[in-house]
Design a protein around this ligand. Structure first.
Ligand code: ZN
Length: 84
C-alpha cells in the first residue's frame, strides 16, 4: 500500500487546460506488479494486478472477447457464462 502514497495523483495542468486526474507510465512503473491473470479460455493476459489489490474485477478478454471475473487477491480468473 505504501507505493500508492508515493504516487502523484494530483490533477495536472497543461497550459490553460485542466486535465483530468492522470498518472504517468513511470509512476505506474513504481507499483509492484502482483501478477497478470490469464484468460481461462485462450491464455491471453487479461490485466496487470498490482500489490495492494483486493476484491474482484471483471475483465473482457481483448483476444477472444470472453468475460472473466478476476480475484485480485489470488489472481485466479474464472470465465463468466454468457447466459445467467
Ligand atoms: Zn481470451
Amino acid at each position: 500500500m505504501e507505493a500508492y502514497r508515493n504516487l502523484d495523483l494530483q490533477k495536472r495542468t497543461k497550459g490553460d487546460v485542466r486535465l483530468e486526474r492522470t498518472i504517468t507510465r513511470s509512476e505506474v512503473g513504481k507499483l509492484r506488479l502482483k501478477g497478470k491473470p490469464k484468460c481461462p479460455a485462450c491464455g491471453n493476459p487479461l490485466s496487470f494486478v498490482y500489490e495492494g489489490s483486493t476484491g474482484f474485477s471483471s475483465v473482457k478478454c481483448k483476444r477472444c472477447n470472453r468475460e472473466s471475473l478476476i480475484n485480485t487477491e489470488t489472481l485466479e480468473a474464472i470465465l463468466i457464462e454468457k447466459a445467467g
